[in-house]
Structure formats: structure tokens, C-alpha cells
Design a protein around this ligand. Structure first.
Ligand SMILES: Cc1ncc(COP(=O)(O)O)c(C=O)c1O
Length: 368
């Protein structure tokens, strides 16, 4: 036994067994990073200036990011305490799970979905219950409703779903909420909502008044391009958000992150024009892939899902050799973030040939 793998202190075995958080692979200067669903546009000059103006590095930030909460409360016509800010929406997910679920409790979600869910549940000491995605890669909400038991404490619904890109419709969500016990916390994870163009998709904020057990999560990381500054928000009932606040690591949201988010809200029109460009690029790429013979779900986030199955590793390697760093989830598929125009052109060039390397009856190939 070497010094490095000798046990030192007694750790929780379920934590030791957790796989380390796998970040999207970095890309070298000649490659495109399409592995983390980041925004390919550079930050706006006004946002950079707002961050640069916050120079009180020697001071702690305002613990609740009140100014940002006020702006968001006004945007969504909510009370300021119905808004809670976190260092990324993943921090808010962790807080909400910790607040509601512990040992012996279950957290229910569709799978495959956001890769952070399983470890956040394990860290809380709770147990994950996963319901497989439908064959079309969307959430199977009736099956999820059927999986709710007396130990279920949290249900996570992800729309659009990372990594498959499928939305939950408003009708599906409302039918689901109608059968969910009102004392069971439902988290609607809308990290990619701004990219959605389908009119019948669910949108959480308007539903908050109807469901006292609903919390909506959104983020500045994706549409607003602030992934590196770490700021996301939860909208929901004050009692639930207060419980989340009690589990939070204090003072995690920096003054600079809050300032960047406030400046981004002020520049929303310009930023949402970028979102429109990314969504149009996504749709054009999806149409071209479909035209090549790929059978892939219509994407609604800023990423495309290639259900490459057993061929995931070989297709990933081919894309990587062409300078595209993507995110494989072997043996299910590959998530490709919608990045620079040039990256999408290379993707299409590669995929035109790669589709023919798949067996004729492969689920990612159209029949005939
Ligand atoms: C579905 C989903 N939720 C939440 C997050 C967390 O984002 P952030 O912590 O950057 O706000 C991500 C990030 O990729 C995501 O895909």
C-alpha cells in the first residue's frame, strides 16, 4: 500500500465512493470547447466594467445579494424574499436537497439528466430514485408520479433536460403537479430556459402562485454568459427558500458576481439577441444533421444530443481528432454544445461521414 492510498481518517464510505465531478474537457487553443454548455460569446463591455468597478476585495459581500434580489423580484413580480441567490444554480440545488432530504429519504429525477444530481443526493445522505427517460429522450412524468412514495422528499424536473435537450410541456407539468402531494418539494431546473423556442414548454415563474411546493431554478451561467462568475437564483415560497438559506455556505456569492448579474439584467435585450442567434444556430445544425440521416431529439437548450449508444467512444474520438471537444456519456450518447459557427460547420462535416459508420439499425440513424 503506497502512502497516498493508505486510509488516514474515517470518511463516509458513500462519499469516498463518489466519482469526482467530471468537468467538460478543456480544449487546447486549436480546438473548440463544446463540452460544458458554455456561451461562446465574449462578455459584454458593460459587464466587464461593472465587475471591474467592484474593488472592495477586502470586504465581505452582502450575504443575500439584496440588490440583485430586488432586480429579479421586480423582473418576476415577486417579493424580494421569494428570490434566493447562489454561487451557481448547482449550489441552490445542493441547498434545497440538503434542506429536504437526509438519510432514509429519496430524491426522484429522470435519467439521464444533469450529472450533478446523483452526487448532490448522496452528499445529503439521501437516496436517488431514477426514472428512465422516455424513448424520445424526454421526461416520463406519469412514471415519475408513479414512483413517488412515502420516503420521497424532492422531485427534480429538468426542462430543457441536460443532456437530451427535451422540454417538459406546460400541460405535462400541470398534469404532474396535480397528482404530486402538496407537501413534496418539486424543483423545476430551468438552467437553459432562455434558449427554448417551443411555445408549449413549461415556464416556472408564472406557476409559482399556483403551487406552494414549487421552486424554480435559473442561472446566469448559460444565456447570460457568466459561467465563470458563478451566480444563479431560486424563485419560490419563502419558507422553502429560508430552509435552503439555512444550509448555504455563507457569503459565497461575490460582489463581482452580483454586479455582473445586475449589469447583465440591464443589458438583457442585447444578451437575449445572442441567445436568439445561438438558438437559430442550434436549429440549423439540428436540421442539417437530420438531413444527413441522424435521428436526434429536437434540441431546446444550447446543446445537441447524439444518442450514439455503443458507438459513443469512437464518435467522440473522431470529433476530438477534428478539433471538437464534446461531452461523451458512454454508452448512451454525446452532448455537443452549440458553439462558434466554425465549430458547428466542422461538426456537420464530420457527422456527414460518421452517420454512415453507425449500424443501419442504430437508434441514432433514421430508418431507410
Ligand atoms: C440542468 C442544469 N442545472 C444546473 C446547472 C448548474 O449551472 P450553474 O451552477 O452554473 O448555474 C447546470 C450546469 O450545467 C445544468 O446543466
Amino acid at each position: 500500500m503506497s502512502l497516498s492510498d493508505r486510509p488516514t481518517v474515517r470518511l463516509r464510505p458513500e462519499i469516498v465512493a463518489l466519482p469526482a465531478y467530471k468537468q467538460g474537457k478543456p480544449a487546447d487553443a486549436s480546438a473548440f470547447k463544446l463540452s460544458s454548455n458554455e456561451n461562446p460569446f465574449d462578455p459584454l463591455a458593460g459587464v466587464i466594467a461593472a465587475v471591474a468597478a467592484e474593488t472592495a476585495y477586502n470586504r465581505y459581500p452582502d450575504a443575500s445579494a439584496l440588490l440583485l434580489r430586488e432586480r429579479l423580484a421586480a423582473k418576476y413580480s415577486l417579493d424580494v424574499d421569494q428570490v434566493h441567490i447562489g454561487s451557481g444554480s448547482v449550489a441552490l440545488l445542493a441547498q434545497l436537497i440538503l434542506a429536504a432530504a437526509g438519510p432514509g429519504d429519496e430524491v426522484l429525477y429522470s435519467w439521464r439528466s444533469f450529472e450533478a444530481y446523483p452526487s448532490l443526493v448522496t452528499v445529503a445522505g439521501a437516496t436517488s430514485v431514477c426514472v428512465p427517460n422516455r424513448i424520445d429522450h424526454g421526461h416520463d412524468l406519469p412514471e415519475m408520479a408513479a414512483a413517488i412514495g412515502e420516503n420521497t422528499r424532492v422531485v427534480i424536473v429538468c426542462s430543457p433536460n441536460n443532456p437530451t435537450g427535451m422540454i417538459v410541456t406546460k400541460d405535462e407539468f400541470e398534469a404532474f403537479m396535480a397528482v404530486v402531494p402538496t407537501d413534496l418539494l418539486v424543483i423545476l431546473d430551468e438552467a437553459y430556459i432562455e434558449f427554448v423556442t417551443e411555445a408549449d414548454a413549461v415556464s416556472g415563474p408564472a406557476l409559482l402562485a399556483r403551487y406552494p411546493n414549487l421552486v424554480v431554478l435559473r442561472t446566469f451561467s448559460k444565456a447570460y454568459g457568466l459561467a465563470g462568475l458563478r451566480v444563479g437564483y431560486a424563485l419560490g415560497p419563502v419558507d422553502i427558500l429560508n430552509a435552503a438559506r439555512s444550509t448555504a455556505i455563507p457569503l459565497s456569492v461575490t460582489i463581482q458576481a452580483a454586479a455582473a448579474a445586475i449589469a447583465s439584467l440591464a443589458a438583457e435585450k442585447e444578451l437575449l439577441e445572442r441567445v436568439r442567434i445561438i438558438a437559430a444556430r442550434r436549429d440549423a445544425t439540428w436540421r442539417a444533421l437530420t438531413g444527413q440521416g441522424w435521428k436526434i431529439p429536437a434540441p431546446q437548450g444550447n446543446f445537441i444530443w447524439l444518442p450514439t449508444g455503443a458507438e459513443t467512444t469512437s464518435v467522440t474520438a473522431a470529433l476530438s481528432a477534428a478539433g471538437l471537444v464534446v461531452r461523451p456519456f458512454a454508452p448512451e450518447g454525446i452532448r455537443v454544445s452549440v458553439g462558434e459557427e466554425e465549430a458547428m460547420a466542422t461538426l456537420l462535416l464530420m457527422c456527414a461521414d460518421l452517420v454512415d459508420t453507425l449500424p443501419v439499425d442504430h437508434p441514432a440513424r433514421q430508418l431507410g
